[in-house]
Ligand binder design. Structure first.
Ligand code: UGA
Ligand code: MN
Length: 313
């Protein structure tokens, strides 16, 4: 073997060795950016599969919409979920997945889900501590990931997945728009960022880009409430994930679906209408009350109930 060939062989062998060491290191250290290093904690609390009791006739051929709502304990939680949940009672074939950022499921949410008369799943999955300490916290990711796993294991292939945060307001006509999604469908979301909207840019009924005040190098510049995914399509993808990277959850998730802009289905009258808003709710401090003079009045049981709802300490 000539000297030149020996050098080439050595380079190939050394190169392969380095490659193996690096890929193993990446694997051991947690893989791609935003992928968790340690196993995530997931708790399944309860589920109901039933006809929506609020609707007279439900066509069982209609694809189910799996609405995933991440939430966390704070004074507004019960109010937000009551408002959203009661909106959902008006919609056919909804399965609401409420995923708490917590080790356990909150009792007032369990009774709300029971009362609403919808199909539902109640889960809990706390954000790993390592992310809570970051400067920009990836909010609602651990719980959305737990819901995603549930949908991948239990969702009907004809169904549709939709992420709807608990601080959003929605027009129920959006559910008609998204219900027949074949791959991924998109529409504008109101009250987002610099432009007061985040929307796909559409030409000839095709998505050609995004109109969003915070491009941040994202391929898919969309809000969490701005798209829905067909579950059969989701299940066909090799590695579906949502990264623990604040601001890049939607982009990371959509990239993991191997989606091309040309495959996106355009909804809401060619992305000209707003049917969902990121309203956001003003935050209230969690107060401790003085009740010494009210042990014998209604104020005592009233505040006991407020405490059960997580409105006060
Ligand atoms: C915005 C987007 O609306 C989110 O979809 C996106 O995940 C987030 O930016 C991000 O880029 O990290 P934002 O309005 O800033 O979210 O945050 P919140 O509305 O407070 O949280 C998003 C969702 O996660 C809500 O449903 C909220 O209840 C839930 N959340 C928030 C948790 O589960 N845990 C938390 O500690 C905080
Ligand atoms: Mn929000």
């Amino acid at each position: 073997m000539s000297r030149q060939k020996r050098v080439i062989m050595a380079v190939i062998i050394f190169g392969s060795f380095i490659y193996i060491v690096l890929t193993q290191a990446v694997h051991i250290l947690g893989g791609a950016p935003g992928e968790p290093v340690h196993p995530e904690i997931r708790k399944f609390c309860s589920s109901a599969s039933r006809k929506n009791v609020n609707i007279e006739y439900e066509d069982s051929n209609l694809p189910v919409i799996y609405v995933v709502t991440p939430t966390y304990r704070r004074p507004e939680m019960v109010a937000e979920l009551t408002r959203l949940g009661q909106t959902l009672t008006m919609v056919k074939r909804i399965h609401w997945i409420v995923a708490e950022d917590s080790h356990t499921c909150s009792p007032p949410i369990t009774s709300l889900l029971d009362r609403l008369g919808l199909s539902y799943t109640h889960l809990a999955s706390p954000m790993p501590e390592v992310y809570r300490r970051e400067k920009y916290v990836p909010r609602g990711v651990s719980n959305r990931r737990a819901a995603l796993q549930w949908v991948q294991e239990n969702g009907e292939d004809t169904g549709v997945l939709y992420f709807l945060d608990d601080d959003n307001a929605i027009d129920i006509r959006l559910f008609n728009e998204m219900r027949l999604t074949q791959t991924v469908s998109m529409w504008p979301v109101g009250l987002i960022g610099e432009y007061t909207v985040s929307s796909p840019v559409v030409k000839g009924n095709q998505v050609v880009g995004f109109y969003d005040g915070w491009p941040a190098g994202r391929k898919f510049q969309v809000d969490m409430a701005g798209f829905a995914v067909n579950i059969g399509y989701l299940k066909k993808q090799k590695k579906v994930t949502m990264p623990y990277i604040a601001g890049h959850e939607e982009d990371g998730f959509l990239k993991s679906l191997n989606l091309n802009l040309k495959d996106i289905e355009v909804k809401a009258d060619g992305c000209t209408n707003i049917l969902v808003w990121h309203t956001r709710t003003a935050k209230n401090p969690s107060r401790t009350l003085r009740l010494a003079h009210h042990q014998a009045t209604n104020i005592k049981p009233l505040t006991d109930n407020m405490r059960k709802m997580g409105m006060i300490k």
